[in-house]
Design a protein around this ligand. Structure first.
Ligand code: HEC
Ligand code: HEC
Ligand code: HEC
Length: 426
C-alpha cells in the first residue's frame, strides 16, 4: 500500500501531538531519581509490603491460573484487544529483579518502565499513583523477597493504534494525573484511611466506574457502575456489570455499615454472598485486611455521594406475568415465592442486592445463565444445593422475562431487560 501526502501529513500532525502531550506530561509530573528514605528494618518492610500488596491485590492480576506466584501471564480483554500482565517476581531477566526502588516507584506513580516505555492503564496505576512513597517502597522490598520465576511476559494482541506504546503518552496527558493521596483535613482519620485503601490500593473504581471511549474512567461518575470482562462459572469470558456502589437506593444505601464490612471481610452479609469477580477481590484481598482497615473502608464507602442511574423503562403487565410464571416454576423453591430467600437454600432477591438493581443487568444474567460461582475456600459452603445453569433450560425471552420480573417485584425497581441483553451474555 502506498502512502499519500495527505496520510503523511496526518501522521506528522499526530506525532507532533504525541510529542506535545508527552512534554506536558513530563513537565507536570517529573520522574524522581535516587533511593527512597526509610527508617524501618528489612523484616518490618517485608511484612508491611506483603500486607499492602494484599490490599492492592497484585496477586489476582499477576498470578495466572495454575501459574507461578506473581509471574504474570493473565489475559485482560479490553475493547482494544488483549493484553497480559507482566512478571513482577524478582527475576532479573524476565521480572523486576534488576529494577531500582526509584524505577519501581516510577512505574507505580507515573506508569513508566525504567526503559521509559509507557504502561497501559489495565495496570491500575491511575489508582496506585496515590500510594504513599513509603508504602510503595515496602511493596518493592516485599516483591524483591519472593522467589524469582523465569517467565517471559506474553506478547499482547492490541489493535492499532493502541498497540503503539508511545501513544499512551498522549492518553496520559489527557486522562492521568500523577500524585500521592491527599488527606482531607475536615474528615476523620478513619474516613481518610478508608479513602486511601479504597482509592489508592484496592482500586475499586477500576471496575466500578464507567469508562469513556478511550478507556479512561469518568471521574465525575466515579463508582456509579462499570463493566468488566471476566470468567463466568463455565470458564467462558463475558461482560460483568460492577454495580453502582454510591449511596443511591440501588447502591450502598441498601446496606448498613456492618453489611459492607461483613461483605468485604467474609464475602457474605445478611442479604447475599459474592459470586463473580468479587470472589477474588474478597478472598485474595479484603478478607485479609485488619478489622479496623475494613471498618475504615466501609465508613468511606458508605459516605460516597449518591449518583443515580436511569430508572429504565417500566415493564409491561404481560412481561411481568410471563416472568412470574418462570419464577414460580424454576426459582421460587429456593429463593421463595416472596423473594425472601432462605438461609440454607438461596439469598434474598427482594431487596439489598445491588446486582439485581443494577442499570446494567449483565451480572444478574450471568448468575442465571451460568449459575453463580460460590467464593470457595477458605469460606465454608453455606448452601444446601448449588443453583443450576439455566442456559440449557430457558431461552432468551424467558430469561429476559424472569430477570425483569425480579427487578420490578417486591421492593425492587430497575427497569425492563430485553432478550437482546440476554443474547449478548449467552
Ligand atoms: C487489575 C489488574 C492488575 C493489578 C491489580 C495489578 N497489576 Fe500490575 N500490571 C497489570 C498489567 C495488565 C500490566 C502490564 C501493563 C503493560 O503491559 O503496559 C502490569 C504491569 C505492572 C508493572 C510493570 C512491569 C513491567 O515489566 O513493565 C509493575 C511494576 C506492576 N504491574 C506492579 C504491580 C503491583 C505492585 C501491584 C499491586 C500493588 C499490581 N501491579 C497490581 C495488571 C495489574
Ligand atoms: C475486578 C473488578 C472489580 C473490582 C476490583 C472490584 N469489584 Fe466490586 N464488583 C465487581 C463485579 C463484576 C460485581 C458484580 C458481580 C460479583 O458480585 O462479583 C461487583 C459487585 C460488588 C458489590 C455488590 C454485590 C452484590 O451482589 O450486590 C459491592 C458492594 C462491591 N462490588 C464492592 C466493591 C469494593 C468495595 C471494591 C474495592 C475493595 C470492589 N468492589 C472492587 C467487580 C469488581
Ligand atoms: C437450588 C436452589 C436455587 C434455585 C432453584 C435458583 N437459585 Fe438462584 N441462587 C441460589 C443460590 C444458592 C445462590 C447464591 C450463590 C452464591 O452467591 O454463593 C443464588 C443466587 C442467585 C442470584 C444472585 C443474587 C445476588 O445478588 O448475589 C440471582 C440473581 C439468582 N440466584 C436468580 C435465580 C433465578 C432467576 C432462578 C430461577 C430461574 C434461580 N435463581 C433459581 C440457589 C437457587
Amino acid at each position: 500500500m502506498s502512502i499519500s501526502f495527505r496520510q503523511l501529513a496526518i501522521l506528522a500532525v499526530g506525532l507532533l501531538f504525541v510529542l506535545a502531550a508527552a512534554l506536558i506530561f513530563f513537565n507536570s509530573s517529573p520522574l524522581g531519581s535516587g533511593p527512597i528514605a526509610t527508617a524501618a528494618s528489612q523484616a518490618e518492610l517485608i511484612a508491611r509490603g506483603k500486607y499492602l500488596a494484599t490490599a492492592g491485590n497484585c496477586a489476582s492480576c499477576h498470578t495466572a491460573e495454575r501459574g507461578e506466584f506473581m509471574a504474570g501471564g493473565l489475559p485482560f480483554d479490553t475493547p482494544f484487544g488483549t493484553l497480559y500482565s507482566t512478571n513482577i517476581s524478582p527475576d532479573s531477566e524476565t521480572g523486576i529483579g534488576a529494577w531500582s526502588q526509584r524505577g519501581f516507584l516510577n512505574a507505580m506513580r507515573h506508569g513508566v518502565r525504567p526503559t521509559g516505555e509507557h504502561l497501559y492503564p489495565a495496570f491500575p496505576y491511575t489508582a496506585f499513583t496515590k500510594i504513599k512513597d513509603e508504602d510503595v517502597l515496602a511493596i518493592y522490598v516485599y516483591l524483591q523477597s519472593i522467589p524469582p520465576v523465569t517467565q517471559t511476559p506474553f506478547e499482547n494482541s492490541l489493535s492499532f493504534p493502541f498497540s503503539v506504546r508511545p501513544l499512551m503518552g498522549f492518553w496520559k496527558a489527557m486522562y492521568f494525573n500523577a500524585g500521592e493521596f491527599e488527606v482531607i483535613a475536615s474528615q476523620t482519620d478513619e474516613w481518610n484511611r478508608g479513602a486511601y485503601l479504597v482509592d489508592a490500593l484496592a482500586h475499586c473504581s477500576a471496575c466500578h466506574s464507567p469508562r469513556n471511549l478511550l478507556g479512561a474512567e469518568k471521574t465525575q461518575l466515579a463508582m456509579s457502575g462499570g463493566e468488566y470482562i471476566d470468567q463466568v462459572n463455565s470458564e467462558a469470558r463475558r461482560p460483568w456489570a460492577a454495580p453502582n456502589i454510591t449511596a443511591t437506593q440501588r447502591g450502598l444505601a441498601l446496606w448498613s455499615h456492618k453489611d459492607v464490612k461483613d461483605y468485604l471481610k467474609t464475602a457474605r452479609n445478611d442479604f447475599l454472598e459474592s459470586y463473580g469477580p468479587m470472589n477474588e477481590v474478597i478472598i485474595n484481598s479484603t478478607s485479609h485486611l485488619t478489622q479496623s482497615d475494613v471498618n475504615a473502608m466501609a465508613t468511606y464507602l458508605k459516605d460516597l455521594p449518591a449518583i443515580d442511574e436511569s430508572a429504565g423503562s417500566a415493564p409491561t403487565a404481560l412481561l411481568m406475568g410471563r416472568g412470574r410464571t418462570v419464577y414460580n416454576l424454576h426459582c421460587g423453591t429456593c429463593h421463595l415465592p416472596t423473594g425472601e430467600g432462605d438461609p440454607k437454600m438461596a439469598p434474598k432477591l427482594n431487596a439489598g442486592s445491588l446486582v439485581v438493581q443494577s442499570e446494567n443487568p449483565a451480572s444478574m444474567i450471568n448468575a442465571i445463565l451460568f449459575s453463580p460461582k460460590t467464593p470457595g475456600p477458605p469460606l465454608l459452603p453455606k448452601w444446601r444445593h448449588p443453583m443450576e445453569e439455566f442456559r440449557y433450560l430457558l431461552d432468551d425471552n424467558e430469561v429476559a422475562a424472569v430477570t425483569t420480573f425480579i427487578r420490578n417485584s417486591w421492593r425492587n425497581s430497575a427497569g425492563t431487560v430485553t432478550p437482546e441483553q440476554v443474547a449478548r451474555q449467552r
